[in-house]
Ligand binder design. Structure first.
Ligand code: 0WE
Length: 256
């Protein structure tokens, strides 16, 4: 079943094969979409070329630091030239300085706050604005969030505040872009063992906590995020915009 046949998409946030962005990209590809990819920094170039190259030697792969307006402009100019239009955009990008994810939130520096919001939240606004002129047939923008946006998850700290800004931005973008038939939604994923999660102290305990407390008594797997990403990108979700979908084995409904 080719849910996304003929759709053209761009994926931000692949770092390696465990990336949530890669799981969703594979699902979009299997559903028939043609995809372009961006990578952040030279150190991730080879990884992304190796992964995205499996979709064909002609796969468009471009560098993009989402804090640089010039990078974003170049990416969308190139996509405009090569694709002519765009239907899908995946935002799976976040960063906070490591020390901001360790100590007390009250100690967050102005610079750590600024950088984490620039990379993790403002970037969605910038990418949506650049994508809008290419989404002439309507589109679906999907961004990744986390429960720390709405409740306190110890040590998630400034990332939780940035994800709250991302989720609110999703709603305002959905309002602005709705008349163009461009939908904007978030997937709030349960914890997944990715590069971004590695090195976070207590992460394996967090996986165990979800397993014990989520109604489904297990953790989400990347393929399930791919399936939800495909649904949100598809006509099945044509009336869904501005939403946060929890793909967390039910964890978010629990009060205790
Ligand atoms: O959004 C995230 C993590 C995003 C992230 C990860 C890192 C690690 C390396 C952003 N910035 C950095 N900066 C680094 O230097 N998650 C949803 C995963 C995550 O991260 C946590 C979590 C969970 C869950 C951090 C503390 C507590 C829980």
């Amino acid at each position: 079943m080719s849910l996304l046949a003929g759709k053209l998409g761009i994926v931000f946030g692949v770092a390696n094969k465990r990336s949530i962005a890669w799981a969703i990209a594979q699902a979009w590809h299997k559903a028939g979409a043609r995809l372009a990819f961006t990578y952040q920094g030279e150190r991730l170039k080879d990884n992304v070329e190796e992964l995205a190259g499996t979709f064909g030697a002609d796969t468009l792969i471009l560098p993009c630091d989402v804090t640089k307006d010039e990078d974003i402009a170049t990416v969308f100019n190139t996509v405009g030239e090569k694709f002519g239009k765009l239907h899908l955009l995946l935002h799976s990008v976040a960063f906070a300085p490591k020390d901001a994810l360790e100590g007390r939130f009250v100690n967050t520096s102005r610079e750590a706050f600024r950088l984490s919001h620039d990379v993790s939240a403002y970037s969605l606004v910038a990418l949506a604005r650049a994508a809008e002129p290419l989404m002439t047939e309507g589109g679906s923008i999907v961004a990744m969030s986390y429960y720390g946006a709405e409740k306190v998850v110890p040590h998630y700290n400034v990332m939780g505040v940035a994800k709250a800004a991302l989720e609110a931005s999703t709603r305002y973008l959905a309002y602005d872009l709705g008349p163009k038939k461009i939908r904007v939604n978030c997937i709030s994923a349960g914890p997944v063992n990715t590069l971004a999660a590695r090195g976070i102290s207590g992460f394996s305990e967090m996986l165990k906590h979800y397993e014990a407390h989520a109604p489904l008594k297990r953790n989400v797997i990347p393929e399930e995020l791919g399936a939800t990403g495909t649904f949100l990108a598809s006509e099945g979700a044509a009336a869904i915009t501005g939403q946060v979908l929890y793909v967390d084995c039910g964890y978010q409904i629990m009060g205790m």
